[in-house]
Design a protein around this ligand. Sequence first.
Ligand SMILES: Nc1ncnc2c1ncn2[C@@H]1O[C@H](COP(=O)(O)OP(=O)(O)OP(=O)(O)O)[C@@H](O)[C@H]1O
Ligand SMILES: [Mg+2]
Length: 506
Amino acid sequence: MNMMTEYWSSLASLLGVLAFCQSLLQLVFPPELRFLCLRFLNRLFHLFSSYCYFDITEIDGVCTNELYNAVQLYLSSFVSNNGNRLSLTRALNSTATTFGLSNNDCIFDTFGGATVLWEHVVIQRQSQALTWRPLPEEKRGFTLRIKKKDKSLILHSYLDYIMEKSDEIRRKNRDRLLYTNTRGGSLDSRGHPWESVLFKHPSTFDTLAMHPVKKQEIMDDLRDFADGQSFYHKTGRAWKRGYLLYGPPGTGKSSMIAAMANYLSYDIYDLELTEVHNNSELRNLLMKTSSKSIIVIEDIDCSVNLTNRKKKKKNKYNKGDYCDLETSRGAGDEDGGNSTITLSGLLNFTDGLWSCCGSERIFVFTTNHIEELDPALLRRGRMDMHIYMSYCSYPALQILLKNYLGYEETGLDSADLKQLAEVVDKAEMTPADISEILIKNRRHKHKAVSELLEAMKTRVERKLKRGSLRQETEEEKRALESPEGGSESDFEQSCKKEEEIEEKMK
Ligand SMILES: Nc1ncnc2c1ncn2[C@@H]1O[C@H](COP(=O)(O)OP(=O)(O)OP(=O)(O)O)[C@@H](O)[C@H]1O
Ligand SMILES: [Mg+2]
């Protein structure tokens, strides 16, 4: 029932009893006195009513009322299922449509066991006097009706809950942002050290090929983290979590980060360590990240010398020149000083006192070589979850076949399936390798599967050959080491042979 109608009809019935008196009042008393009488009757009505009412107007004086916007968004989350007549809106840069309660419509909600009623009240504004800020023609607001007995129990927590929920909806409706630290640590026109672009990565946990059990475990962990404010508070822990993604190139580490961001509706801060000059700059960058975000350092083993803090390190995946930078800036200053970035600076970044400023942040480091990382960086509490992104397994392959070719398990030839299941683990192909074959042949499903099988079998054969060759070499080596061993030149030859094959494999 319309709440305002209910309210006014009750008032009218009360007034009906006094109608005669009122007409007498009109005749006898001046308008001011009549107004006072009406106010008195209104108070009388509220005194005997079992409800209390709260008005949340769109504009509070001259300022926009944040609570009004929050209620509007909050109601939009469930109004689409219940309402018959709804208002629809879509914000700038948004890809989602928002449902809203139509003018003068009502909806019930429950919170903490209490039922409340919301009414969207829209009335025409009377002609405005000249103001410096013209107001909208319509006066909008929400009226919240709560039972008097529930008021003290739920009102504050309910409004806090609405603010929280609306923030979440706003973030979901808005497109994600991908931030990166500006080149050479310079600040942008607003003094920010981060530059941002719209983040529209299509990777989700549905498209990610990995074992479903492992995937579910990660999703649950992320959800627990996002919903864990009170838990972290209760246990005295900073509300942050670290994930280390490691594995060969092309196994989906970057895709996983995008899926995490899309799953939680978090922004991403992609930290390029080679552009950070010293520990205090690193700390400053951290301070300028917002909560509900994922801070990513990709290829952590290549970005900065973390295993041996004094020696310059080189490895075959080295993608940055940080070590040179560090040397030229006076490496060896283990404590960080002012002129370089160190492991302890990075540890403080993820785990020190400063890391708790701002909350609900996830740190993700990726590496191809976990064995090259300093154990201090890997310890639990810093990197809480170590996730191995493996070569494609059979359950992961099924996901790729479904996503790329539209194959459900039943749609594939059972003989092909059996063969795929047999060779997929031995082939050690990355999801990136497999998806390339599937994309290339996506119009010809059978060809895609047969080509994939062929590629896998070839890899297995090569691996077997390589394995047996290695075994031969080792045998020869052993023979060499034994007193009656073979000649040195034979051993050298087999080494060369092995190197040649490895070269071809690359
Ligand atoms: N597990 C996966 N599920 C779905 N697609 C994947 C997966 N792994 C890789 N891919 C595909 O391969 C491409 C490369 O993957 P991605 O960049 O995530 O790999 P990576 O592990 O980050 O590699 P690198 O170590 O070289 O950074 C992606 O575009 C994605 O389409
Ligand atoms: Mg990557």
